[in-house]
Design a protein around this ligand. Structure first.
Ligand code: GAL
Length: 352
């Protein structure tokens, strides 16, 4: 039986809200473990910016499964202390402090504010606890501030290019997608958080890829919906009365926002034949289902398995023998997993 355990820590009350999925809790002796090379147990701290974010929460589920497998494979007990920062950097800074005080060998931080990693970095360096930042990328200058800082994520521009390719192919393969027949694509963008590396870069590369494929485009509108399905539905519902019939393409920075646009189209009783082409990014379970149903023309797979495994393997290596040579880090600090296009014909393989 797997011995790995997960401590879910309530951020406000600072109490353990629920824990121990299976087996035993590792008893740890704080800092001493950090110097032990032949560990019998390790403790990994994780804080996510928002536990209700669909992609991040699915990635964390996979991460916990990998921890169980790693424990079975190595015989080293792995305790995961998991926190939700609930969109507050101040809360997240306190969580990192608690993880360090609790003797975590490594802390994995999904920054709330990717421009504010200073407090986390200073605490980690002072206590000599390595940090793996993930999914929300800090600038290189910050990552360079101490040698034991790492980043695991993906190449944002690649997802934008793939989204643009999927959209361009949809118009090249089906001329009726150009609803008004003016030879241009009238498009709408649903953007993630302002200032997030994936939002800025995905939009830019998706649009430039469509243009480079020889298709003229015209932007009819955009809305920031913070990766969130309900917010995207609200924004789309506001845009539909004004632009509804003009919109031929919805480029969403992620699947949840693409699904929010679909929710709005359904709520407005717009006939399926009149829907714009809709493309997302992530390949979440719900996103893949929408591709399978033909509601989204395609999505771009954000490799949550690869990223979760990368974080886990790096955390494990940093907590045990410190040998990072098998991890193929770029510049000794970065692990970036590739994206992949998911079209209706590929979707079953991903749903499995
Ligand atoms: C992106 C992902 C979004 C959202 C965001 C959170 O990579 O595509 O759906 O999860 O990260 O930082």
């Amino acid at each position: 039986m797997s011995q790995y355990s997960v401590l879910l820590v309530d951020d406000e009350e600072d109490v353990i809200a629920g824990f121990l999925l299976t087996g035993m809790v590792g008893i740890l002796s704080g800092c001493s473990l950090r110097q032990t090379r032949e560990a019998e147990s390790i403790k990994i701290g994780v804080t996510v910016y928002d536990q209700y974010d669909t992609f991040v929460s699915q990635m964390m589920e996979v991460f916990k499964n990998y921890a169980g497998e790693k424990e079975a494979e190595t015989g080293i007990a792995i305790t995961i202390e998991m926190y939700n920062a609930a969109d507050s950097q101040t809360t997240q800074n306190s969580q990192v402090e608690s993880m360090i005080n609790d003797g975590c060998d490594v802390v994995c931080v999904n920054l709330v504010d990717r421009t504010e990693p200073t407090t986390v970095i200073d605490m980690a360096e002072k206590n000599n606890v390595p940090v793996i930042f993930f999914n929300r990328e800090l600038v290189e200058e910050d990552l360079e501030r101490w040698e034991r800082l790492y980043y695991v994520g993906a190449k944002a521009f690649e997802s934008g290019i793939m989204e643009g390719e999927i959209a361009a192919a949809a118009f090249q393969n089906n001329s009726s997608s150009d609803k008004n027949g003016d030879g241009m694509i009238q498009y709408l963008v649903l953007e993630g958080e302002a200032g997030h590396q994936d939002a800025i870069v995905r939009t830019e590369y998706a649009v430039s890829t469509i243009v480079e494929s020889g298709i003229d485009v015209e932007k009819v509108g955009y809305a920031i919906a913070n990766w969130n399905r309900a917010q995207a539905q609200t924004k789309m519902a506001q845009l539909l009365p004004e632009y509804g019939s003009e919109i031929e393409l919805v480029l969403a920075n992620n699947d949840d926002m693409a699904l929010g646009a679909i929710d709005a189209l359904k709520a407005a009783d717009i006939s399926r034949n009149d829907w714009p082409v809709i493309v997302g990014i992530d390949g979440t379970d719900v996103g893949l289902e929408a591709v399978k149903k033909g509601e989204m023309i395609g999505t771009v797979y954000n490799d949550k398995e690869g990223q979760a495994q990368g974080i886990l393997n790096l955390a494990f290596a940093l907590s045990t023998d410190g040998n990072l040579s098998e991890l193929a880090l770029e510049d000794g600090k970065y692990l970036r997993l590739p994206y992949a296009k998911v079209l209706p014909e590929d979707v079953d393989a991903y749903l499995k």
